[in-house]
Write a protein that binds this ligand. Structure first.
Ligand SMILES: C[S@@+](CC[C@H](N)C(=O)[O-])C[C@H]1O[C@@H](n2cnc3c(N)ncnc32)[C@H](O)[C@@H]1O
Length: 210
């Protein structure tokens, strides 16, 4: 049987839970940009990280169809909470439908609106923040959440290699690439944190607040 390395990794990692398989399929059938969904391996990594650091208070920026929210929530205890913020209110019905079918859905609090506004209204200190919304605003999200992350807590940021565009000549009109690069440069120099870009999928940055 022929397989590539991605197939091999999937076959030798924990299986994607059935509900998430369905969510993955339905997202591909019904949504315009299904590639935004985290997917099997990144989802298992998010679950692994939230359980590994014993996170109880988690914040996600950019819910989309709820795949990563369900993975992060899977790794937190029953008395934990995941706040997830999504600007597109048309996704809410779809996403809630899946949250309500999951045993982890009750740990998820969905907020609809602009992350940059909602973050300030959350009266919480987070063990973990997952940044996965608008690439043009990554640095603003980082600055907005920083004081809400506890000492020793973590920030994850997705798509930080942005299809390899971060090492190419930048088109000045490409605000997303410029946004991701500005974020990467700022975080790499930020003495308040330690950071590493994992070359996973489209790049997943792991940041620890000292
Ligand atoms: C890459 S998708 C998120 C994927 C999801 N985290 C997953 O892994 O399955 C990015 C989402 O961020 C949302 N978004 C963009 N700008 C936002 C903002 N300012 N506040 C909240 N959500 C935003 C988009 O509508 C989109 O659904």
């Amino acid at each position: 049987m022929w397989m590539n390395i991605d197939n091999y990794i999937e076959l030798h990692s924990s299986e994607e839970p059935d509900l998430l398989k369905r969510l993955n399929r339905e997202t591909h059938v019904q949504m315009v940009n299904p590639r935004m969904l985290s997917g099997h391996i990144q989802g298992r990594i998010l679950k692994m990280i939230s359980s590994m650091i014993q996170a109880k208070r988690v914040l996600e920026l950019g819910t989309f169809t709820g795949y990563s929210a369900l993975c992060l929530a899977e790794g937190i205890p029953d008395d934990g909470i995941l706040h997830t913020i999504e600007i597109n209110d048309e996704l809410e019905e779809f996403t809630q439908g899946f949250f309500s079918q999951s045993p982890h859905g009750k740990k998820i609090k969905q907020h609809i609106g602009n992350a940059l506004e909602i973050i300030h209204s959350l009266d919480e200190t987070f063990d973990l923040v997952f940044i996965d919304a608008d690439k043009r605003e990554y640095l603003e999200y980082y600055q907005a959440v920083f004081n809400k992350v506890k000492k020793g807590g973590y920030i994850l940021a997705d798509n930080t290699l942005w299809d390899g565009k971060v090492i190419e000549a930048v088109d000045p009109n490409d605000k997303q690439t410029i946004g991701v690069m500005a974020f990467n440069e700022f975080v790499a120099k930020d003495k308040r944190v330690e950071t590493v870009i994992l070359p996973l999928r489209d790049g997943l940055t792991l940041i620890r607040k000292k």
